[in-house]
Design a protein around this ligand. Structure first.
Ligand code: UD1
Ligand code: CA
Length: 476
């Protein structure tokens, strides 16, 4: 069986002043916990147990049953947190256990694998991942001995001399599972914070004649976490700049990165221009030669090549090659825009397929619809997809022409090449090649306006005369 992972996510993050568990706070749109889980999965570790505590229900809701969780009812320290996972560890006791902090998002697959390799080759009982920091304040210090690591001392428990040590505990460790279980219950809260320190496992193992190793990660951010909002912003800024740098190296164009946020799983083709204010999240993929932005927000959107998205908000949607969308367009989940489509200003589309070369240039709502190829939809067209209880589909055949301000009351079908007259409210299917008009005839009353105008002019002339009379009185 594969190795175990325990992720500690019981903490509140008091200084964040939030009602969320700290590990659910986001870096570039993903919960810190998700970053940690992803690193494990990339390292082929999926036997994961998450220790929850503060607002545990939120962790459950977030995970949606993806992994085992255990409850830590009181936050008595990192050692106490791991104790809650004893059952989980006992079920798979032969291999190794990786322990991670749920609020240190930048742990990476390379570090996890490198540390395990050292752990196995050195035959240590525990291998701690470390970093060397300019400012080690707050972290546990690594005390090196002849035979690897001789202790980890928390900042608050350090002597003046120990505080000068810059090699710190990242909070990531590989343990032999059996060895971890053999000392876990011996941890005592006799320290400056009165907590059960997981790091005490190390000295307990050393006392039994075992050894501990330290693996210095090449990743300078491996130990970074956030205790307050300013640090969380710093993590975001750091990750943001690193990701933009990676895309620059891949040939993505940025003329100004103000307001640009790109999630860690987003893929962008070379020659695509990302303009300011653009935020790309989730599993968004963008092809080559596109212009995205300004002010475009995409979440889980697949964009083909040579697409223009200007001031677009889109989620769970797809836009194929050579289509242009925007400005000021919303694409809601389930929208699939095919090739060479033109979507203009103030259009909203939801759960609909828009065929090749279709055009809806202004002010439309298209919901639950199948729009064919070459369809032209005039300004102000609305699909009335909801009767107050249920939603229905609208089907528009290839080459149809939907006149301006048409209401299509679903369920309804407009045939291939059919027309609807401007201003019509279409409640019946329109056959192929037909014209549907659903509006009253225009009645023309000859000379009506001329009579009105003459009356008005008379009134104005009278008013002018009266005013003149009054001002004459004042002067005399
Ligand atoms: C811990 C380490 C320290 C290391 C640092 C790295 C110990 C004693 N110290 O310190 O050596 O340098 O991490 O960031 O382990 N948590 C729980 N339940 C608890 C306490 C904590 O789930 O009762 C979780 C927190 O949510 C967090 C993680 O464990 O995700 C680490 O806890 P934290 O309090 O931040 O540990 P530190 O004191 O910073
Ligand atoms: Ca911490």
């Amino acid at each position: 069986m594969a190795d175990n992972v325990v992720i500690l996510a019981g903490g509140q993050g008091k200084r964040m002043k939030t009602t969320k568990p700290k590990a659910l706070l986001e870096v570039l749109g993903d919960a810190m916990l998700e970053w940690v889980i992803s690193a494990c999965e990339e390292a082929d570790l999926s036997r994961i147990c998450i220790v929850k505590g503060y607002e545990a229900q939120q962790i459950d809701d977030y995970l949606g049953g993806r992994y085992t969780t255990v409850m830590q009812s009181e936050r008595l320290g990192t050692g106490h947190a791991v104790m809650q996972a004893k059952q989980f560890l006992s079920e798979n006791i032969d291999g190794y256990t990786l322990i991670l902090n749920g609020d240190a998002p930048f742990i990476d697959c390379g570090t996890i694998k490198g540390a395990l390799e050292l752990h196995k080759s050195s035959k240590a009982s525990v291998t701690v991942v470390t970093s060397v920091l300019e400012d080690a304040t707050g972290y546990g210090r690594i005390i090196r001995g002849e035979n690897g690591v001789s202790a980890i001392v928390e900042h608050k428990d350090c002597t003046e001399e120990q505080r000068k040590i810059r090699e710190i505990n990242s909070g990531c460790y590989w343990f032999d599972t059996k060895e971890l279980l053999s000392v876990l219950d011996e941890i005592k809260p006799d320290n400056a914070q009165g907590e059960y320190y997981l790091t005490d496992c190390l000295s307990l193992l050393l006392a039994k004649g075992r050894t501990a190793q330290a693996y210095i990660s090449e990743n300078p951010y491996v130990s970074l976490g956030a205790n307050d909002r300013a640090q969380l912003l710093e993590l975001n800024t750091l990750a943001r700049n690193n990701i933009i740098k990676k895309h620059l190296e891949n040939g993505v164009e940025f003329s100004c990165t103000d307001g640009v946020i790109i999630g860690r799983n987003v893929k962008i083709g070379s020659g695509t221009h990302i303009k300011s204010g653009t935020q790309l999240f989730g599993n968004t993929t963008i092809g080559s030669g596109c212009v995205i932005g300004c002010n475009t927000v995409l979440k889980n959107v697949t964009v083909g090549d040579c697409v223009t998205l200007n001031n677009v908000q889109a989620a769970d949607s797809q836009v194929e090659d050579y289509s242009t969308v925007g400005p000021w367009v919303q694409l809601r989940p389930g929208t699939h825009i095919k090739k060479h489509v033109k979507i203009g200003d103030f259009v909203e589309i939801k759960n609909s397929v828009i065929g090749d070369r279709a055009s809806m240039a202004h002010l439309s709502y298209v919901g639950d619809s199948d729009v064919g190829e070459n369809v032209n939809m005039g300004g102000g067209c609305i699909t009335c997809n909801f009767d107050g209880e249920n939603k229905y589909r609208t089907v528009i055949g290839d080459n149809a022409f939907i006149g301006c301000n048409t209401n299509l009351v679903a369920p309804v079908k407009v045939g291939e090449g059919a027309y609807t007259a401007a201003g019509s409210t279409i409640t019946k299917d329109v056959p192929d090649g037909a014209l549907a008009i659903e509006r009253s005839q225009t009645a023309v009353k000859e000379g009506y306006a001329d009579k009105k105008l003459a009356k008005r002019n008379e009134k104005f002339a009278k008013m002018a005369q009266e005013q003149q009379g009054e001002s004459g009185k004042k002067e005399s």
